[in-house]
Design a protein around this ligand. Structure first.
Ligand SMILES: NC(=O)c1ccc[n+]([C@@H]2O[C@H](COP(=O)([O-])OP(=O)(O)OC[C@H]3O[C@@H](n4cnc5c(N)ncnc54)[C@H](O)[C@@H]3O)[C@@H](O)[C@H]2O)c1
Ligand SMILES: O=P(O)(O)OC[C@H](O)CO
Length: 340
């Protein structure tokens, strides 16, 4: 049976906006939280400024957050949160896995699908640690949660999923606070895919906004978007009701309407006519996971023979520079369908 000590040692892997906000949220319970950065210089800069000026400016880190670039810090953790962008996850886990052990619990908070394998993030981590003969409980945390608002202490609700619900309950106990409410789930597939796939639809919502379209179009994209990502998640083994929850409808509504979303911003700039490399370069080192996830989602969709018309048009815009207006027209002019 997996257990956690009374005062578990917590390490957050990845000192981007979300890793830093997660550390701030976890530290509100009085625990010491170690925030691991992949580059020692980044750890040093954050320690000097007591603030992550590059990825989450404006929030002073309290004394009980210790920032480090030292890989050996991971060996002392009881509870690990992995917040590494999907693109860098496999090499980062390969680097750190010699410090990991089977008594630890690992929560993945990354939202993405691996580009060539189409694996979910918990699968990437499990397959990497298996190469050195290691197994440990690995689950996913996802839901509507802009890092800035979490850092501000604004009430936020997310879902944490493990195959073993008792493990999800342990994480729920440790990560809940006045401003962070966690629901448990045993649907790891649904929670992970909900969080990853909503980014593709958020790009589409941004494109619509960038073209100058209004509320009707956004509502249509959100609703047909949830239909599309639910189809794929269910085909992959997720549960329909999970996609109707926080890590599905909840996150989709947030990211398709919230101006803080990087994915929506990318779509909006494309809708205004800017080119993708130029838009990505202006994100200041931040990731917009949906750009890479679009192709992976379509790869998964082909494997499972699932139709994803919105994702297909996004791929054409992102990879072939299709005119966004033409893409939206092509979506509207598809053959008529039943709603369900
Ligand atoms: N920002 C949010 O509001 C938010 C909320 C929920 C989930 N997420 C998810 O969290 C994950 C991380 O996003 P973020 O917003 O914290 O990142 P970010 O965009 O703020 O920063 C990029 C991160 O990538 C790291 N990085 C860059 N090169 C690297 C390399 N070669 N190896 C390892 N790491 C490298 C940087 O150190 C930094 O931590 C993403 O999957 C994102 O979808 C973000
Ligand atoms: O800024 P985005 O688009 O990466 O979205 C951040 C989170 O995923 C919102 O839940």
């Amino acid at each position: 049976m997996t257990v956690l000590p009374i005062a578990p040692r917590i390490v957050v892997l990845g000192a981007g906006a979300w890793g830093t906000a997660m550390a701030l949220s976890l530290a509100r319970n009085g625990r010491t939280v170690t925030l691991w950065a992949h580059m020692p210089e980044l750890a040093r800069d954050i320690n000097t400024a007591h603030e992550n000026t590059q990825f989450l400016p404006g929030f002073r880190l309290p004394e009980n957050i210790v920032v480090t670039g030292d890989d050996t810090a991971i060996a002392h953790a009881d509870l690990l949160f992995s917040v590494i962008p999907s693109e860098f996850l496999r090499p980062t886990i390969a680097r750190l896995r010699s410090q990991m052990h089977s008594e630890q619990i690992l929560v993945s908070a990354t939202k993405g699908v691996e580009n060539n394998t189409f694996l979910r993030m918990t699968q990437v981590i499990a397959s990497s640690v298996a190469e050195v003969g290691l197994t440990l409980p690995i689950g996913a945390l996802s839901g509507p949660s802009f890092a800035k608002e979490v850092a501000e202490g604004q009430p936020t609700a997310v879902t944490v999923a493990f195959d073993d619900r008792a493990v999800a309950a342990l994480v729920q106990r440790e990560a809940s606070s006045e401003s962070m409410r966690l629901y448990t789930s045993s649907d790891v597939i649904g929670v992970e895919l909900g969080g990853a796939l909503k980014n593709v639809i958020a790009i589409a919502a941004g494109v619509a906004a960038g073209i100058g379209l209004g509320y009707n179009s956004t509502a249509g994209l959100i609703t047909r978007g949830i239909a599309e990502i639910t189809r794929l998640a269910v085909a992959c083994g997720g549960r329909r009701e999970t996609l109707a929850g926080l890590s599905g409808t909840g996150d989709l509504v947030l990211t398709c309407t919230g101006s803080l979303s990087r994915n929506r911003t990318v779509g909006m700039e494309l809708g205004k006519g800017r080119k993708l490399p130029d838009v990505l370069a202006s994100l200041g080192g931040h990731v917009a996971e949906g750009v890479l996830t679009t192709r992976a989602a379509l790869g998964l969709a082909r494997q499972h023979r699932v139709e994803m018309p919105i994702a297909e048009q996004m791929e054409l815009i992102l990879e072939q520079g299709k005119d966004p207006r033409e893409a939206l027209r092509d979506l509207m002019m598809r053959p008529g369908k039943h709603e369900h």
